[in-house]
Ligand binder design. Structure first.
Ligand code: NAD
Length: 356
């Protein structure tokens, strides 16, 4: 397979590309605009591979997309490029509408132009895999319901509404034009190379600097956490073996309250980098937890029923929340160079070199 990964310099996209290069024989083109969230340093370990190349392209740029398609001749697209941070979507929805909706439309049309001209066998084997979120389903009532592939859409934020729109476009391109699409909706990811604005890395890095650990509302919102490398493996299973036109929900069976997540990070840090070991009173990073005004429209609970992908494609997560979170905290402790360069903005300096 020759795969174009859009958004390959982002958190999940870079995990997908590292997995594709390290563990498969696929050829990979990373197509990324390099917004603030794109960081080519997350791909340093595979950048020299002869099976990897990078295109510095905006998915809204139809002409540039045509050029990449003609040059790279993909057999599949894995579409992850998106604006992804809910708080930013509340402060300024415009980029979310542009990239997540208009950009997905441009990418679908470029794919359709290219796909229409393929020979029949290649046309049949081609895949357009759209990577989406469980946030399109909105809020779950109570404590036992789960999102399934048939749960009606009810997005709450500009981010989730823009992702829901893009999911609808992708499915319409299959129904209307026969484009062979797959859709996946995944729960919250965490793990290495996560941009520090997101909850888990934000808490780890603030704790290490002795800064407050902000929690929205009372911290009782529930999210279903999945280790990013488990998500990357699931996505590669879906693009390789998934049934065209199907949706697969992906989740880790790890429902946790935000407060529990932050307290667990504090406990891990208390063990790995204890505070003030000489003091009589043993101090904990938990003392830094601070409750702040809740986010508008904040969904209370998300939880995924991932039984379809487990049953039909044999995928199961390898990490529990405990093992995955320990690995993540340890990764941030061992890789301060990566996140220091993100915090100072230096990661953006080298981005003009080496692209096509
Ligand atoms: P991210 O913000 O870390 O990365 C997004 C990437 O897309 C960046 O490299 C950015 O430069 C690129 N990009 C943005 N606009 C672009 C454009 N117009 N053209 C080309 N590239 C552009 O996001 P992420 O957390 O890695 O999420 C990837 C995908 O997975 C998104 O579609 C998101 O909706 C979805 N998703 C994320 C999560 C999660 O927990 N992070 C969960 C489920 C689904």
């Amino acid at each position: 397979m020759r795969v174009i990964v859009t958004g390959g310099a982002g958190f999940i996209g870079s995990a997908v590309i590292r997995h594709l290069i390290d563990d498969t024989a696929m050829e990979v083109a990373n197509l990324d605009k390099l917004t603030y969230a794109g960081n080519l340093e997350s791909l340093a370990s595979i950048a020299a591979s002869p099976r990897y190349c990078f295109y510095h392209v905006d998915i809204c740029d139809s002409q540039a997309l045509d050029t990449v398609f003609a040059e790279f001749q993909p057999t599949a697209i894995m579409h992850l490029a998106a604006e992804s941070h809910v708080d930013r979507s509340i402060d300024g929805p415009s980029d979310f509408i542009q990239t997540n909706i208009v950009g997905t439309y441009s990418l679908l049309e470029a794919t359709r132009r290219y796909w229409n001209d393929l020979p029949p066998e290649a046309k049949k084997a081609f895949r357009f895999h759209h990577i989406s979120t469980d946030e399109v389903y909105g809020d779950l009532e109570g404590t036992t319901d789960l999102f399934t592939e048939t749960t009606p859409y009810s997005p709450s934020s500009p981010y989730s509404a823009s992702k829901a729109s893009s999911d609808h476009l992708v499915r319409a391109w299959q129904r209307t034009y026969g484009l062979p699409v797959l859709v996946t909706n995944c729960s919250n990811n965490y793990g290495p190379y996560h941009f520090p604005e997101k909850l888990i890395p934000h808490v780890i890095l603030n704790a290490l600097e002795g800064k407050p650990l902000p929690l929205y509302g009372d911290g009782s919102q529930i999210r279903d956490w999945l280790y990013v490398e488990d998500h990357a493996r699931a996505l590669v299973e879906v693009v390789s073996k998934g049934v065209v036109g199907e949706t697969y929900n992906i989740g880790g069976h790890n429902e946790k309250r935000n407060l529990e997540v932050v307290e667990t990070i504090c406990e891990l840090l208390d063990e790995l980098v204890p505070l003030d070991t000489n003091s009589e009173r043993s101090r904990s990073y938990k003392e830094l937890i601070t409750f702040v005004k809740d986010r508008p429209g904040h969904d209370r609970r998300y939880a995924i029923d991932a039984s379809k992908i487990e049953r039909e494609l044999g995928w199961v997560p390898q990490e529990t929340f405990e093992t995955g979170l320990r690995k993540t905290v340890q990764w941030y402790l061992d890789n301060d160079q990566w996140w220091q360069r993100v915090l100072t903005g230096d990661y953006r300096l080298g981005r003009l070199g080496g692209d096509n």
